[in-house]
Ligand binder design. Structure first.
Ligand code: MN
Length: 128
């Protein structure tokens, strides 16, 4: 079974690009456009990885990451922050909130999949 990845993103264009890249690489995709929705989806079916936009309406991505790391169902799930604002000090804030790493926006199409696969336990079945 392909691994599922939860994408939390409120921008449609970013969501479409990420969805396209993940689908092409053989992953199952779960989507959420707000932090509250992300917590609900992740609680119900914990994904193999979360890609987390930081700037979200309502609950921001770092608060969502913190909450996921508090919950038994999701504390083991790696979280990658998805952000256009990776500046000095930001990385520390992300890690402190429980993120395992981050991906800079705009997304680099070539390095995107290899970057996230560093945080996945196994490759999707196609490679075995
Ligand atoms: Mn956003």
């Amino acid at each position: 079974m392909p691994l599922s990845i939860l994408v939390v993103e409120d921008n449609d264009m970013n969501m479409q690009l990420v969805e396209y890249l993940l689908e092409e690489a053989g992953y199952d995709i779960l989507k959420a456009s707000s932090g509250e929705e992300a917590l609900e989806v992740a609680e119900k079916s914990p994904p193999a990885l979360v890609l987390m936009d930081i700037h979200l309406p309502g609950m921001d991505g770092l608060s969502v990451a913190r909450e996921m790391k508090r919950r038994n169902n999701t504390r083991h799930v790696p979280i990658l922050a998805l952000t256009a604002h990776a500046m000095r000090g930001d990385k520390d804030r992300f890690l402190e909130a429980g993120c395992d790493g981050y991906i800079s926006k705009p997304i680099d199409v070539k390095s995107f999949i290899p970057s996230i696969e560093e945080f996945l336990p196994t490759q999707p079945g196609r490679d075995q």
